[in-house]
Design a protein around this ligand. Sequence first.
Ligand SMILES: [Zn+2]
Length: 101
Amino acid sequence: MATLIDKLRQFFRLEPKAGGETAVPPPPPPFTDATLTRLMQQVAQTEEGYYTCEETFALLDEYAEMVVSGEDAAALMPLVKAHLRICPECGSHFDILRTIS
Ligand SMILES: [Zn+2]
């Protein structure tokens, strides 16, 4: 689940900057209750199967085409939909695909 961990790191902006001292990770920030709640929600959302950005990317073309042609893409590809909900990066890529499809 390295990818999920990476996602969570990005989520909390713990990702070390490129070229930074990656060997020494920064100390974890103090978690507030709100932060912890959001984390738990994200984990709960990703429990039932989870696409990595790579997997989502591979299907995003097809998914965008379905949406554009009026098919129920969310029902046909629920995992793509779920990933788009929690990943702004893929979400914005999807928006672009949808626009040019
Ligand atoms: Zn993604």
